[in-house]
Design a protein around this ligand. Structure first.
Ligand code: GDP
Length: 365
């Protein structure tokens, strides 16, 4: 499964947030797999469409889809040189598909800041620099050899050299790889380098309780937003402390508490959704009398691959996908009505599944 890693300097609120995540996962009884890696938190992906489908279809049970966060503790300045848990930390980051970078934006004089004061941009740059230095090392390990071969007019080496040189220049200017543009062809090679700074990033601004309703009053948040905009990265504002309280509440209590706080959606729910889309993930549904269920797929996946997410037999024996879009189904009011209105399409093996499709797979066993 794809996973987003949570990183950040010490004392920024990572554990508080991660505990809220694992707590949220533990509250939902849908998962038979409860004993998992303590560094992995599984959460349900909030999706209002699932409730609507449940009302329409009235199944025996409703199952949301899930998403994984991985807690990556232990970054300190000097990690790329092996300080602290340095190398271990970097190898953990290498394994995640996206990065949620928690940044301290709350003021609380009782809580020590590692660098002595709250300065979100300096914090972000500290971590980013470690990642950039690690990537520079990756590039440096290859570039001399490739340069030699490129001089001898080796086509592949020339192709690689151009990319490596571009990366090296960016890293030396303290720019992450994700800010660079590459052709599709070049990107294939870049992917093989397993760079850390190519991964998509979401900045999580952790604010104090007083700023939850209106984070625009918090100057640190504005700084993070400005920084992220330059990198085309997204920012989510949370108050980790409040999130830890919210996960203790059940559905109705949660609604009321959020209303009191004057916010529509919990920070955790926003974080889940943003991480999900950062990874290019989308949701399709199956809807039967037994079960209405959400399934995660990668945008661009074809119908048979999506069938394979449910069971490999579905992919192997794929015949077709009876498909209706969420909006069409809701408008029709029932599956039968949608069918009558000609809204249920028979899609074949080349069909690219869309977010919100409700699918019934036909397959040979
Ligand atoms: P980590 O080292 O990044 O994992 O940070 P922790 O989650 O352990 O948090 C460090 C300290 O900051 C703890 O005492 C938390 O209670 C406190 N903290 C975390 N989030 C918030 C917040 O939103 N507001 C305030 N006031 N304190 C927070």
């Amino acid at each position: 499964a794809l996973t987003a890693g949570i990183v950040g300097l010490p004392n920024v609120g990572k554990s508080t947030l991660f505990n809220a995540i694992t707590q949220a996962g533990a509250e939902s009884a849908n998962y038979p797999f409860c004993t998992i890696d303590p560094n992995v938190g599984i959460v349900e992906v909030p999706d209002h469409r699932l409730q609507k489908l449940t009302e329409l279809v009235k199944p025996k049970k409703t199952v949301p889809t899930t998403f994984e966060f991985t807690d990556i503790a232990g970054i300190v300045k000097g990690a790329s040189k092996g300080e602290g848990l340095g190398n271990k930390f970097l190898s953990h980051i290498r394994q995640v598909d996206a990065i949620c970078h928690v940044v301290r934006c709350f003021r609380d004089d009782n809580i020590t800041h590692v660098a002595g004061k709250v300065d979100p941009i300096a914090d972000i740059e500290t971590i980013n620099l470690e990642l950039i230095l690690a990537d520079l090392e990756t590039v440096d390990k290859r570039i001399d050899k490739v340069a030699k071969m490129a001089k001898q007019k080796d086509k592949q080496a020339m192709f690689e050299y151009e990319i490596l040189a571009k990366l090296k220049e960016a890293f030396e200017n303290e720019k992450p790889a994700r800010t660079l543009e590459f052709s599709e062809e070049q990107m294939k090679y870049v992917k093989q380098l397993h760079l850390l700074t190519i991964k998509p990033v979401l900045y999580v601004a952790n604010v104090g309780e007083e700023d939850v309703q209106d984070p625009s009053e918090n100057p640190y948040v504005a700084q993070v937003r400005e920084y992220a905009a330059k990198e085309n990265a997204e920012v989510i504002v949370v108050c980790a402390k409040i999130e830890a309280e919210i996960v203790e509440l059940d559905g109705e209590e949660k609604e009321m508490f959020l209303q009191e706080l004057g916010i529509e959606e919990s920070g955790l729910d926003q974080l889940i959704k943003a991480s999900y889309s950062l990874l290019g993930l989308a949701t399709y549904f199956t809807a039967g009398e037994q079960e209405v269920r959400a399934w995660t797929f990668r945008k661009g996946m074809k119908a048979p691959q999506c069938a394979g997410i449910i069971h490999s037999d579905f992919e192997r024996g794929f015949i077709r996908a009876e498909t209706v879009s969420y909006d069409d189904l809701v408008e029709a009011g029932s599956m039968a009505a949608a069918r009558e209105a000609g809204k249920v399409r028979l899609e074949g093996k080349d069909y690219e599944v869309q977010d919100g499709d409700i699918i019934h797979f036909r397959f040979n066993v």
